[in-house]
Design a protein around this ligand. Structure first.
Ligand SMILES: Cc1ncc(COP(=O)(O)O)c(C=O)c1O
Length: 423
């Protein structure tokens, strides 16, 4: 089935509703698909930033460079994983940008994300890996031309019925469980399941995919199992469509698994999930930073305690700044007394607790003053995503996926602010 399968007439109306009702501020500013036109000019965005306590900056050029690096490295179609608010980078702006970079389809976590994209006017193929529970959801997925991940007979049956009611095909990607034992139809039952699904009216098999355990010996066996499903389907006269196994780990380390389509998340956003990834021969550039403003600067004397539970005792007289970002924004509490932020050209220690909306930083020797900008998460050194995750004993995945969707996001292209997303 074509990527451009006619999306139902319903979604432009939904998009109009969202624009008219004003419940999607971002959509109001950039209603069309493709690269986001900013209705706020750069200086206006700068003025707005001046008012923020904390905000996220996303370098779209970095994402474009990572996409290109992954294309060069794999030579196959890239289906960006934009689930969970594009790993904290902001769903709609990222997908709009990717559409302008020639991406044909994206992978989302749930039907709400798929609908948010359609409501924003995004016309790419969207593959939804989240479950459907109600008849209404099955119908909407078909109406909106969303490709549904399936592995149960109940869901394909209901999609087939929705397809008849709506009058257009339902595209599906079949998730095959090749050994992860999370979701998916077990590999030795996949041939029968897919044959049955393909026989149902209105069901179009767009692809088959699976997820690795990320254990090299097991992964080889898992790839063999997916390829056996393909062979079985072809013997039954069924075209399996696109075959996909690889996410970032296999993209970087297991080239035979690239097949027709790879599904990068972390690497697209410029992050190497593990140290071994640095030597994989793919240059990635982080795209995201979290910035916040200094709210107050004060002096404390030797022996003074700073923040909750006397967590920090000043070893000498020092100047400290209270910065307006905390674990509400996604700053790990585990950075208490061990994390760093970047300010005035240097890494500066976080002292005492990380609280809901604040961290306190040692700014001795600077001329810090309220309103100054501090980089809480940066691109390199002690406050890079991977360094913070290591210091906090978090996964890099947890760090990006815990960023608050309510935090404003500013998107840069060519070094200039191109779009502002305010929740
Ligand atoms: C099915 C699937 N494919 C691909 C990915 C992307 O993984 P990564 O961020 O490691 O590239 C994910 C992320 O969780 C996933 O669930």
């Amino acid at each position: 089935m074509s990527v451009r399968r006619a999306h139902s007439l319903a979604w432009p109306f939904i998009a109009f509703f969202v624009l008219a009702s004003g419940c999607a501020v971002e959509s109001e500013r950039a209603p069309a698909a493709g690269p986001p036109p900013a209705t706020l000019a750069s200086p206006d965005i700068d003025n707005r930033i001046d008012e923020f306590t904390s905000w996220i900056e996303v370098d779209l050029d970095a994402i474009g460079a990572n996409l290109e690096a992954l294309r060069q490295h794999t030579g196959v179609e890239i289906m960006p994983v934009v689930k969970n608010n594009a790993y904290g980078h902001g769903l709609v702006p990222i997908v709009r940008y990717l559409a302008g970079q020639g991406v044909e389809r994206v992978f989302v976590a749930n039907v709400e994300e798929a609908m948010a994209l359609r409501q924003a006017g995004v016309d790419l193929a969207i593959v939804n890996m989240g479950p459907l529970f109600t008849d209404g959801q099955h119908t909407r997925v078909v109406e909106l031309g969303i490709t549904q991940v399936v592995f149960s007979e109940d869901v394909v049956q209901r999609l087939s019925e929705a397809s008849a009611a709506v009058g257009q095909d339902a595209g599906v990607f079949v998730k095959v469980d090749t050994g992860l034992r999370r979701v998916g139809v077990f590999h030795d039952e996949a041939g029968d399941f897919i044959e049955h699904a393909a026989s149902l009216p209105g069901i179009s098999i767009d692809g088959i995919f699976s997820t690795f355990m990320q254990t090299p010996e097991e992964d080889r066996a898992m790839l063999t199992r997916l390829l056996a499903v393909e062979t079985d389907l072809r013997a039954r006269g069924i075209d399996p469509g696109l075959r996909s196994m690889a996410s970032t780990d296999a993209i970087l380390h297991f080239p035979e698994s690239h097949l027709d389509l790879v599904r990068p998340g972390m690497s697209l956003y410029g992050i190497y999930p593990e140290e071994k990834d640095l030597d994989a021969g793919v240059t990635l550039t982080p795209a995201l930073s979290l910035k916040a403003r200094i709210e107050l600067v004060k002096w404390v004397d030797e022996g003074d305690s700073v923040t909750y539970w006397g967590r920090f005792i000043a070893p000498s007289r020092m100047m400290i700044a209270t910065v307006h970002a905390g674990f509400y924004d996604g700053v790990p509490r585990e950075l208490a007394n061990v994390g760093s932020v970047f300010y005035a050209g240097e890494f500066r220690d976080i002292i005492g607790s990380v609280s809901l909306n604040h961290v306190v930083v040692d700014v001795t020797g600077t001329d810090a003053s309220p309103g100054d900008t501090v980089e809480v998460i940066g691109h390199a050194g002690a406050n890079a995503v991977s360094a913070i995750a290591e210091t906090a004993n978090w996964m890099v995945y947890s760090l990006l996926n815990h960023l608050n969707p309510q935090t404003p996001r500013v998107y840069y292209e060519g070094g200039e602010p191109a779009m502002l997303l305010e929740p």
